[in-house]
Design a protein. Structure first.
Length: 74
């Protein structure tokens, strides 16, 4: 008799007091990603997360760069 297995995702731990970790890519990577976006070879995808807009940029099959969009009011 085969054994049935159920795969469940781990429970997410949501803590409002934990700081958001921000990682800044190297300047050379930012230049190459910016160049690809300006040439139109990569289409950024606008996403709305937690009340703010950001851009998700596909970087291959497994990676996505997420860029926060900040607007100056003035």
């Amino acid at each position: 008799m085969p054994i049935t297995r159920t795969i469940t995702p781990p429970k997410a731990k949501i803590e409002a007091d934990e700081p958001v970790v921000k990682d800044r890519p190297a300047a050379s990577l930012l230049r190459s990603w910016g160049k690809r976006m300006s040439q139109g070879s990569v289409a950024p995808i606008p996403v709305f997360i937690g009340g703010t807009w950001s851009l998700a940029v596909p970087r291959g099959n497994k990676r996505i760069l997420q860029v926060a969009v900040e607007m100056n009011k003035g």
